[in-house]
Ligand binder design. Structure first.
Ligand code: IVH
Length: 665
């Protein structure tokens, strides 16, 4: 690469990283994925190493973290908060262990292994037994004072039993069930969802309103003591912290060999979903504090600790082209076609790019070499570009103007990032919307399967939704189709007839309007009562509907204003579509949600049962995949374990109260 090209790339990368740093630290935003960020930084470091003449002290590669948010008080850490080096393989691990052994006199070394919680690091200062200050990591030297917010964490004692001076380190996180609740709430309010619990925790800790922070339900686990230790052994110090009723990371083990450490890492890599919070690896630490001292630290990380990362595997592949597909709501999704590459044991040829904003944000040019990542069963995704492989004359990839299926002009609604095909006659939209219409949660026309509806569409029997209700006139043609006997045709026509009186909420959901999911459909059905009133909805009517955000309102109104849609609804009515108003129970905020109660509660169980039933919950006695929530009291046993295993939200009584308040206010 010639130096002027490198210089330009270094500037581009630095600007991008600086922009993300500002967004992340000052707005608490989450516009970039961690992996994407790491790749930008790695690329910058690589180029700066190759072309040191362009490395400046202002480069974002020159600091460990970001700058602290401006409107919180910046505090200098008494002991810097370092980061950790990473290990990705067994040989990395062996090399690290050998480097530790080679620097110490002792050959038998005890290592503490702990799950690495994927949250945000915090430093806590207890003075005279009182929680005095909580400071975020910031740039490692200076962090933000977030004491008031940290005090909302209920598991953290504000006062210790003894008048001790301690400085502790730990991780603040959002349990997955809280994260899901928060995102559901944000969705209702038309706010963008947090990408993951870590981003949500990072955003929450910087909120200025303590009451809102408390509602989010942050939690904490401590993993280190940097002042006020009672022992030279890390494990003993952690036990001491537990004895002071401090919440300590208890998912740990003492290991003596590479085999034992490796087994611990593998065990948690497999079991990570059993925990109620996200972990992204295992931290391996020398237990003995004297040994830690003699090992010391490098510029950025201690030599006495390292992180085994559950890293999604990454590979590089050249972009062949971008394929655009249209979903049932008309949303366009770009997919990258790649030169085949082996990744996590499978061959990858395609990877999702979500939307053209992501393509622009990553800055993908044609025939770029891309980093593809895949973890567990996650669909491969593009997380970065190898800029060093970019051709000088490569052009940026621009969004298409026309629908790839029907050729009509694509549109983009205000506040939305997706491109959209608005042509109701577009084959991709028709096929997708027919499939959605007949599905279980929508019109539930059993006997119809997606294969049959696709066949009918292909044969020209069903070109739009109302055609379903004229199929009885075409019985002769249906009987001639392969696999359609008398009985199956009769069953199908009967099921179609029955669907005419499906509840109104199912009918509205079946229409497949963007942003109108099952819950929103219920709210509208409740508000309108009939297709006619639904058709006449105005902005004014919707403004006053609880739980209806601006994105939902604008999506629904633009759907209704499209005359093709209103004509289709009229046609359906004339063909006998007459949805029943929702049943009373359907109106309730938690209608049809299953809940299980376990443990000893602070109110009699009957009181909780009656209250929950009056809100629409169905109380069941055992936890299964169909359970929506588990309400837990003290001393919960196997039901709690099962719910955690099945990733079912577990709520304390207070959290249940908060959820009820959220949904009923
Ligand atoms: S020990 C010198 N132990 O991982 C740093 N860190 O880069 C010593 N983390 O954000 C850190 N769980 O907050 C340690 N059990 C654990 C941890 C842990 C999560 C975080 C830490 C920091 C990152 C390390």
């Amino acid at each position: 690469m010639d130096p002027s090209h490198a210089q330009r790339l270094i500037k581009e990368l630095s600007d991008k990283i600086n922009l993300y740093n500002d967004e992340y630290y000052q707005i608490g935003g989450d516009s970039i994925d961690d992996d994407e960020y790491d790749i930008l930084l790695e690329q910058l470091i690589l180029l700066e190493t190759q072309f040191p003449q362009f490395l400046t002290s202002r480069s974002p590669s020159q600091r460990v973290g970001g700058k602290p948010i401006e409107n919180l008080e910046a505090v200098k850490h008494t002991h810097p908060m370092l980061s950790l080096s990473n290990l990705y393989s067994r040989s990395d691990l062996d090399n690290w262990i050998n480097s530790v052994i080679s620097r110490l006199i002792e050959s038998e070394i005890l290592f503490g292994c702990e799950v690495k919680i994927d949250g945000i690091a915090i430093s806590l200062i207890y003075e005279n037994g009182l929680l005095k200050q909580a400071i975020t990591r910031g740039n490692g030297e200076v962090g933000d004072d977030v004491t008031q917010n940290v005090k909302t964490i209920r598991s953290l004692p504000l006062e210790l039993g003894e008048p001790l001076d301690l400085e502790l380190r730990g991780e603040i996180f959002l349990p997955r069930n809280r994260f899901e609740l928060i995102n559901r709430q944000r969705d209702k309010e038309g706010l963008p969802a947090f990408k993951n619990p870590r981003n949500a925790a990072a955003g929450t800790i910087r909120i200025k309103d303590v009451k809102s922070v408390a509602q989010r339900g942050l939690d904490i686990l401590l993993y280190d003591i940097v002042a006020g230790q009672i022992s030279q052994g890390h494990a003993e110090n952690l036990d001491y912290m537990s004895s002071l009723a401090l919440p300590v990371n208890s998912f740990r083990a003492n290991c003596k060999s590479s085999e034992e450490i490796f087994a611990f890492c593998n065990q948690w890599e497999k079991k990570q979903s059993d925990l109620p919070f996200d972990i992204d690896g295992v931290v391996i630490k020398v237990d003995n504090l004297e040994q830690r001292n003699s090992l010391g630290v490098t510029a950025k990380s201690p030599r006495w600790a390292t992180a085994w990362k559950f890293k999604a595997e990454k590979a590089k592949s050249r972009l062949i082209d971008i394929e655009n597909s249209i979903g049932r709501t008309g949303t366009l999704t770009p997919v990258a076609n790649l030169e085949p590459v082996e990744l996590a044991g499978t061959e990858v040829k395609r990877a999702t790019l979500h939307n053209y904003d992501q393509i622009a944000r990553l800055g993908i040019h044609d025939h770029d070499t891309l980093f593809v990542e895949k973890g567990g069963d996650i669909i491969p995704k593009i997380v970065g570009i190898d800029f060093t492989q970019r051709k000088e004359d490569a052009e940026p990839i621009l969004p298409p103007v026309n629908c790839p299926v029907c050729g009509s002009l694509l549109s983009r609604l205000a506040q939305e990032i997706d491109l959209h095909c608005d042509n109701l006659a577009c084959a991709a939209i028709i096929e997708g919307s027919l499939e959605h219409f007949i599905s279980k949660k929508a019109m539930d026309i059993q006997s119809f399967g997606s294969a049959i509806i696709k066949l009918f569409n292909k044969k020209g029997l069903v070109k739009e939704l109302p055609d379903i209700y004229t199929l009885h006139e075409k019985k002769d043609i249906l009987l001639q189709l392969e696999g359609m006997g008398d009985k199956s045709v009769d069953n199908l026509l009967k099921a179609i007839e029955t669907s005419k009186v499906r509840p109104l909420n199912n009918f509205i959901f079946a229409l497949g309007i963007r942003h109108i999911g099952e819950k929103a459909a219920k709210t509208i059905a409740d508000q309108t009562g009939s297709i006619r009133q639904f058709l006449n909805l105005t902005e004014k009517d919707l403004d006053s509907v609880p739980d209806f955000g601006p994105i939902m309102i604008s999506s629904l109104l633009s759907w209704l204003r499209n005359t093709d849609h209103s004509e289709m609804l009229e046609k359906l009515v004339s063909l006998g579509m007459n949805p029943t108003p929702m049943e009373i129970s359907e109106h309730l905020p938690f209608a049809n949600l299953r809940i299980v109660i376990t443990g000893t509660l602070s109110h009699p169980r009957e009181t909780w049962k009656n209250r929950l039933e009056s809100l629409g919950f169905q109380i069941s006695s055992s936890v299964s995949g169909k359970t929506s929530y588990l309400l837990v009291g003290k001393d919960a046993g196997s039901k709690l374990a099962k719910a955690v295993k099945l990733d079912i939200p577990v709520l304390s009584e207070a959290e249940m109260e908060a959820l009820i308040n959220d949904q009923t206010q």
